[in-house]
Design a protein around this ligand. Sequence first.
Ligand code: DX5
Ligand code: ZN
Length: 229
Amino acid sequence: MDRNSVKCKIGPSVLNADLSQLYVESQKLLDNGADYLHLDVMDGSFVPNLTFGHPVVKCLRKKIPNAFFETHMMVSDPEMWIEPMADAGVSQYTFHIEPVPQNVLPICRKVREAGMKVGLALKPGTGIEAVRQYIEHADMILIMTVEPGFGGQKFINDMMPKVQWLRHNYPLLDIEVDGGVGLNTINACAEAGANMIVSGTAIINSADQKAVIASLRETVESSIHKCNV
Ligand code: DX5
Ligand code: ZN
């Protein structure tokens, strides 16, 4: 892969792991080849589910000092958690644009000022035009391939045109997919041009996490390679 191409990164979601052992589960994923951890933060308002917040992330960071932590902020007020998440040691703060249509740019700026990378997330019903004007201000765009809220849902293939559009127009952009991504759906994601792959139950429920992570990577890397030859 040359310097001018995007890099494949696999970021497992621990949402459906045994959360009483968050550290053990997270470390196991990293030992099995994960490039980063995708931490699903839900507030019971933006989505009808509740997970964990910055106090838990901060404890996890103490045990895992070096890994790249992405928090996927499925919250109604993303501005509210910027400072606490930065203080907890988060590397990338990915927030949904839907609850803050008038405020995306100032929030991007604050996330950067707090020392984190910026990710912008789109629910399945949100068209790509809603994020177009902000792409230059973000490090990554997350195209949700399920309705946010729960792990283990069915992948929505109809989201692939959004990924394709982004890859076509932004060859070097980090594009992430999240929701229902596993061995049966990775091909579609890779061909559309996604390079950051979130996968929850497909990895967590597997008896051989290492093999699943390696296989996801292989599929994405071969697509990236095809684009560059
Ligand atoms: C859904 C979360 C996802 C989810 C992924 O709201 O954002 O990160 O946990 O899990 P799977 O891969 O099982 O859909
Ligand atoms: Zn997520």
